[in-house]
Design a protein around this ligand. Structure first.
Ligand SMILES: Nc1ncnc2c1ncn2[C@@H]1O[C@H](COP(=O)(O)OP(=O)(O)OP(=O)(O)O)[C@@H](O)[C@H]1O
Ligand SMILES: [Mg+2]
Length: 236
């Protein structure tokens, strides 16, 4: 089977900083795969490399078997990879609806059905559809960032810390929505610091430490791993 996504020995630099030191991983169609790691481990860099926002100096990024590293970011979105970035990054002066429209920039056709799907997943966004995004709460902006990514009709959704800054209840809701999105057929690569929640929703996971994958296993096995429990699940 061709992997939905395959990273082969990726090396990414910021100037002299060697942020990713030979990262290899796969995501198969229909999976939720989580990438966990501490601050600065290289999680966002991995997602940015996949989205071609940052380019690897060495290695390959294969999407459905096709090399995409040389593509422009908007072309990668057009191929079916959308990212809800860390820190939300919604267009603050535009309304909720206009943000969703922007998410559909890469595709043609009527967007009404997809807007309706996003409003079904996030009823709060429907209530706030005419409100400027900058005036939404943090959690609502997070929902909008995910909704906007879905407007590109991705087959692979990249989520960078969707639970960041959210209350426990909103975190539960966001993770349930990730399950729903996956249940509707979208493959998900989920970057999280909330390892416990990530393991609950993911099929498999990878642990990234200072730019290198140190563990790869099923989510259940990672959740039971003593090293993971100590470092990422707060056990002493
Ligand atoms: N634009 C940049 N210029 C220089 N160094 C950068 C840049 N972006 C990231 N880095 C460095 O690359 C490393 C990996 O950063 P990255 O943002 O990928 O980490 P992360 O795992 O997402 O961390 P966090 O959990 O804090 O979001 C860090 O050491 C960071 O300082
Ligand atoms: Mg990050």
């Amino acid at each position: 089977m061709t992997h939905a996504l395959e990273l082969v020995d990726i090396h990414t630099y910021y100037g002299k900083i060697h942020a990713l030191k030979g990262v290899s991983m796969t995501v198969d169609p229909g999976e939720v795969v989580t990438l966990i790691g501490s601050n600065g481990a290289g999680k966002s860099t991995t997602l940015r490399t996949i989205s071609a926002i940052t380019h690897a100096r060495e290695g390959k990024v294969l999407f459905n078997g096709v090399e995409i590293q040389a593509e422009k970011p908007h072309a990668v979105v057009g191929m079916g990879i959308a990212q809800a970035p860390e820190g939300r990054h919604v267009f603050t002066r535009m309304t909720v609806y206009e943000n969703l429209q922007m998410g559909a920039f890469s595709r043609s056709g009527d967007i009404a059905d997809d807007v309706a799907r996003v409003y079904d997943l996030f009823p709060r966004l429907k209530e706030r559809r005419a409100q400027r995004a900058g005036t939404l709460s943090g959690g609502e902006q997070q929902m909008l960032a995910i909704g906007r990514a879905l407007m590109a009709k991705p087959t692979l959704l990249l989520l960078d810390e969707p639970s960041m800054g959210l209350s426990p209840i909103l975190t539960e809701q966001i993770f349930q929505i990730i399950r729903d999105i996956n249940g509707q057929g979208t493959t998900v690569l989920l970057v999280e610091q909330n390892a416990q929640m990530a393991f609950n929703v993911a099929h498999r996971g990878y642990v990234l430490q200072t730019g290198q994958i140190i563990l790869a296993n099923t989510a259940a096995n990672l959740a039971a791993d003593p090293q993971v429990r100590q470092a990422y699940l707060g056990e002493i």
